[in-house]
Design a protein around this ligand. Structure first.
Ligand SMILES: *Cc1c(COP(=O)(O)O)cnc(C)c1O
Length: 378
């Protein structure tokens, strides 16, 4: 699948894109151009269709990385007097807590161990204990460890208890199944440069129209006001402020390839094969995945760092990169780890090749004791 000599990005965005997606960026578009605005409109329709949103949901794209859209969603949907519950089992959950504090929205930080999913049960208990909570902000796949949270169960609890649900589905959207009929939400945030395999530079929020239309005046920030972006886009077909034209064109090409590949089920199948190939290969070298298989999302895998004193992430990273593969540092507070992404325009061949590269680098660095089991038991 890979064309050219660029290293393969095994990172959860930016990620390796296809040649067709790269080629879609070779044209300059004007923001007033009707053809460009038709591209935006078609993308908005296709992104709503991925969650079966029909006429009840609208897609509001926003310039910037994914975090900009998370911040915009919270600022637009949550009243200034609202209160947000964040089940927190990783770095991206913690980022939402921080966003709420910046925006002056009351927040309840509900700690969950980094290796365990947020469940419907703990969310239900937290909501029952605090009737002032108006919204739950739930990360679907916590990319920090690669953990899958129980989004469907939590969505059902929110619906039953009459609280709003804002989903950070950045690293799961388009790969893991999300359907508004079984996962009802007020807002769901994702971005161009993750499982849709576009290039980074824009996020988008899928919003329940009734919620969106009632949100005028909530936002604390002009640039981050999704209601204003929506009203302007509906009226003029244009983006408010300069659109990331090349990113939009690349995303159009990426979504065309996504649909041609077979949409969400096909993407999930490929990522699953990538994950299984990677984990099996690394296990054969003695590595242990941080998460139990039943909570591991097929997006990014966290491995325990080798216990051998000859190991050092920076050297390991550089030597693997010199063989053509970009790894990702760990993002856990409790264990020394590194991560390998399984998403992007890559398939099982790349996973086999990165395992071979890791084996070579281990020999070169003299790493013999891989499993951290002994060190941990001590
Ligand atoms: C990638 C990601 C984000 C957004 O990160 P940016 O660096 O702003 O693109 C947010 N949440 C999750 C779960 C992610 O994986």
């Amino acid at each position: 699948m890979i064309v050219g000599n660029d290293p393969v990005l095994l990172t959860p965005g930016p990620l390796t894109t296809s040649l067709a997606t790269k080629q879609a960026m070779l044209r300059d578009w004007g923001s007033w151009d009707a053809a460009f605005n038709q591209v935006t409109a078609s993308l908005r329709r296709d992104l709503v269709a991925i969650v079966g949103g029909g006429d009840e949901y609208a897609c509001v794209p926003l310039q910037g990385s994914g975090t900009f859209s998370v911040e915009a969603a919270i600022g637009t949907v949550v009243l200034r007097t609202g209160k947000v519950l964040v089940p927190n089992n990783g770095a991206y959950c913690a980022r939402i807590v921080k966003i709420c504090k910046y925006l002056g929205r009351a927040v309840v930080d509900l700690p969950v161990p980094e290796d365990r999913p947020a469940s419907a049960k703990i969310v239900e208990a937290a909501l029952a204990a605090d009737p002032a909570i108006t919204h739950v902000a739930q990360v679907h796949c916590e990319t920090g460890a690669g953990l899958l949270n129980d989004l469907a169960g939590i969505a059902q609890v929110c619906a039953r208890m009459g609280r709003g649900l804002i989903v950070d589905a950045m690293s799961s959207f388009a790969a893991l199944p999300i359907d508004v009929r079984t996962v009802p939400f007020d807002a769901l945030v994702a971005a161009s440069g993750k499982c849709l395999e576009g290039v980074p530079g824009m996020g988008f929020v899928l919003l329940r129209k009734s919620v969106l239309e009632a949100s005028a005046g909530n936002a604390h920030s002009l640039a981050m006001d999704l209601h204003d972006q929506y009203v302007y886009m509906e009226k003029t077909t244009q983006w408010r402020y300069t659109p990331p034209t090349h990113v939009v064109a690349a995303l159009r090409a990426a979504v065309d390839q996504y649909l041609a590949e077979g949409g969400q089920p096909a993407r999930l199948a490929r990522y699953r094969t990538n994950t299984e190939t990677l984990v099996a290969g690394m296990q054969a070298l003695g590595f242990r995945a941080y998460l139990a298989p039943e909570v591991q999302a097929p997006i990014i895998v966290t491995f325990h760092a080798p216990a051998d004193p000859a190991y050092d992430f920076k050297t390991f990273y550089t030597k693997v990169r010199d063989r053509g593969y970009i790894l990702y540092p760990g993002k856990l507070t409790t264990a020394e780890t590194f991560r390998v992404g399984c998403i992007g325009a890559i398939d099982a061949n790349e996973m086999r090749n990165v395992v071979a590269a890791v084996a070579e680098v281990m020999r070169e660095m003299g790493i013999r004791q891989v499993s951290p089991a002994l060190a941990r038991a001590a």
